[in-house]
Design a protein around this ligand. Sequence first.
Ligand code: ZN
Length: 251
Amino acid sequence: MRALILSDIHGNLEALQAVLAAAPAYDAIWNLGDVVGYGASPNEVVDVMRLLADASVRGNHDKVCCGTTSANAFNASARTAAEWTRKQLLPFAAAWLQTLPQGPLHPPNSASMIAHGSPLGEDVYILSIREAWVPLQQSSHRTTWFGHTHIQGGFQLLAKDWRTIRPETSGTRYPSQRTFQLRDDSTRYLLNPGSVGQPRDGDWRAAFALLDEEAGSVTFHRVPYDLSLAQGRILMAGLPERLAQRLREGR
Ligand code: ZN
């Protein structure tokens, strides 16, 4: 199984198109949630993902934008964007978002798990090895994939040997692709492909990952996209300026 793993697309059609154009050969697409929210092309992104995704879990923005939960826990710009998205969503898109299951789940024909936040709680952030520790110890799968933090990388654990995985090489600049070989023992991995549509790890380029289960390898990718067009759509839609600005900063 070669899985193309996409997370936190956030209504950014330009970033999604660049990722799909750059993606190496794959057998399945796994969607880790937050397909919509923040970005200005929610219907277009849903239309692509509902056809392409072989396995999906819902994200916190998906739940709010399709009316499953309220926006009370969101900050001001996230709430403004969620309310805008809710009004924009066409019936087909809202209906698809409502069908997205809660993670974690096991994608068909694979040996992995996928979740939006933590496998122990769909809205929980995993930002450090401290937060990764319990889910790693409880995992019975070699790789568990998560999103929600918009930070590419992850964590690994075998007994008392724990490590943080960071693909970046110089400063905040990530390599356009970096392959990690998974260890051939019972090491457990919690891995984050990064965010397609709103990276927050200091690199503005769209992030994604490819898992090759047979080869035991993971490749983290970064790909440039038409940033000005995505920003222009956000401003034209009347969404908060900060949502356009942060795309360039990768924050
Ligand atoms: Zn998100």
